[in-house]
Design a protein around this ligand. Sequence first.
Ligand SMILES: Cc1cc2nc3c(=O)[nH]c(=O)nc-3n(C[C@H](O)[C@H](O)[C@H](O)COP(=O)(O)OP(=O)(O)OC[C@H]3O[C@@H](n4cnc5c(N)ncnc54)[C@H](O)[C@@H]3O)c2cc1C
Length: 407
Amino acid sequence: MSGQEFVIVGGGLAAASAAEAMRNEGFDGTIRLVGAETHHPYIRPPLSKEFVKGDAELDTVFVHKDDWYLENQIDLMLGRRVNELDVGAHEVELDDGKRLHYDRVLLATGASSRHLSVEGSDASGIYYLRTIEDSQALRSQIEQGGKRIVVVGSGWIGLEVTAAARGYGNDVTVIGMDPVPLSAVLGDELGGVFGELHRQNGVSLHLPAGIRSFNVDNGRVTAVVTENETLPADLVVVGVGAVPNIELAQRASLTIDNGILTNERMQTNAPDVFAAGDVANAFHPVVQRHMRNEHWANALNGGAAAGKSMLGQDSVFSDIPYFYTDQYDLGMEYSGYPPLTSAAQVVYRGNLETREFVSFWHVDGRVVAGMNVNIWDVNEDVQALIRSGKRVDLDRLTDSDIPIAEV
Ligand SMILES: Cc1cc2nc3c(=O)[nH]c(=O)nc-3n(C[C@H](O)[C@H](O)[C@H](O)COP(=O)(O)OP(=O)(O)OC[C@H]3O[C@@H](n4cnc5c(N)ncnc54)[C@H](O)[C@@H]3O)c2cc1C
């Protein structure tokens, strides 16, 4: 494919992984990577964990060392935005009007924090968390401790920030729409494990509670008002989900449905246009439906799959979705197909109270998802079990003395 010109739009993990896969597979054409942020591509999970806690330096978050891009002849165009995708002309237009030809283009534009629009939302002292700058700004506010912080949103990012803020000795209240945190993903019993973890670490959980407005004084937030109460706050952190950055694709008339729709090869409906990462709603051949996963592994492996697909390889992205979290002394990994867990039953081995267990979601004895909490080196076996699709004996599955690989 010598002489071909590929453009990658978006400077995150999916973008960097695609570029890496292309070079690893021997592509010697042009790769232009256009990213709106000024940083080299970086991973976001540490922003709500080690980095915001002050346990990791900035240089640990980058996908590659700076000179990797030069060595691999990736033409990095950072701090630049693609404003238009012209699928007819096979060109993208940058923010300064410059147009770049592409033979194939990858849209890896990611997602943005969902913002609240209730009264008072534009006050200072209200923080969101998506970028390095967001994490630095938040850290500078929470690291002295002693503040009253209200976290709006009891999902993964909200709870991770809560743990970090408690670690600095702040007083933290969490509000969220579900009666039990994370219940939409994990169900009430396992979501309750996380709720209890936070209570035991001194967090006040006010659930369910919907936000009505913010009280503001002199342009700065002073309280969060819910339908039930007014919670005084020196600082508010909002973690109410993310929205895929689809505008570019939408203007180019690509098919959009909860993100940019792709097939299992990460191809969109427009010729030579691919999508990967948080923005892509890709068809999954095992689940036989589209899934949009906002997870690190999806960007890493989906980006690489898209890169290979752009080279014309038969690269089907069929990984089992995977994600992880760290909160206080709890570390967890989850693998599985969320669309299949709603009809599943949950069983576990180990002890929920001491928070050392592996839970399994199964449908008629077939495992569709698994989560290991404070138990390590088992997730690959959990994935193998899911991948096998075999019906297992539930007594053996829940017996900690039997290795998962031997169930
Ligand atoms: C605080 C935080 C913590 C997280 N923790 C975890 C975790 O513990 N585990 C886990 O599995 N996942 C976690 N995630 C999710 C994970 O980080 C994302 O799934 C991953 O970042 C997605 O990568 P991406 O490359 O698709 O998109 P992004 O990382 O969003 O990158 C997209 C990039 O494209 C740029 N861009 C957008 N539009 C344009 C344009 N028109 N032109 C040029 N550039 C553009 C954006 O500015 C951005 O830099 C976390 C996310 C956040 C925010």
